[in-house]
Design a protein around this ligand. Structure first.
Ligand code: AMP
Length: 190
């Protein structure tokens, strides 16, 4: 399997790139944010639990998120590999993912991180909020809280994967195609 973590702050373009990359490399794309939104829309118990956290721009608790992610992977064990988008977001999630994959004789091949300055991210998110219908994209204080969650809980994962020589930063500013090309240069070598 080829297992890639697509990393970066909210609005850095992970979802957009994952959609292109999953076809190019024939991988299964798992976006934990999308799975949560699906559950909210369908009013499942998981959706009801996640909603209050997501509405405020807070991370959903690890245990719930990790169990959900594992279930998504288990559904697709015949895949060529996975693109993880929006997961892991905490060190505990990263450790669980490593242990879970290792039990299956698999590993994360690399983390590709989209690097974009925060001012540009706010602009992108507010623009996306005009059409996405996502309330967490429409309110500057919620957006700032998401960045705060990212800085305090998620950004450390750069060091986590760097320590395993698996961290690859990419300039996330440019056209969608330009950024895809930059990412592919990395993925092709993994
Ligand atoms: P996203 O679509 O990746 O921007 O995620 C939207 C929201 O879903 C986040 O602000 C969190 O509330 C929640 N979420 C998504 N992925 C995770 C995760 N790995 N851990 C905790 N919460 C998450």
């Amino acid at each position: 399997m080829k297992n890639i973590v697509l990393f970066g702050p909210p609005g850095s373009g992970k979802g957009t790139q994952a959609e292109v990359l999953k076809d190019k490399y024939n991988l299964v794309h798992i976006s934990t944010g999308d799975v949560f939104r699906y559950n909210i829309k369908n009013e499942t118990p998981l959706g009801k639990l996640a909603k209050s956290y997501m509405d405020d721009g807070n991370l959903v608790p690890d245990e719930v998120t990790i169990d959900m992610l594992k279930a998504e992977v288990e559904k697709n064990m015949d895949a060529n590999g996975f693109i993880f988008d929006g997961f892991p977001r905490t060190e505990s999630q990263a450790e669980s993912l490593d242990a879970f994959l290792s039990d299956k004789g698999e590993t994360i091949n690399g983390m590709v991180a989209l690097e974009v300055a925060e001012d540009l991210l706010v602009e992108r998110l507010l623009n996306r909020g005009l059409t996405s219908g996502r309330t967490d994209d429409q309110d500057v204080s919620k957006i700032r809280n998401r960045f705060n969650e990212y800085q305090t809980k998620t950004a450390v994962l750069q060091d986590y994967y760097d320590a395993q020589n698996k961290y690859f930063g990419v300039d996330g500013v440019g056209s969608i195609e330009e950024i895809t090309d930059r990412i592919c240069l990395i993925i092709d070598k993994l």
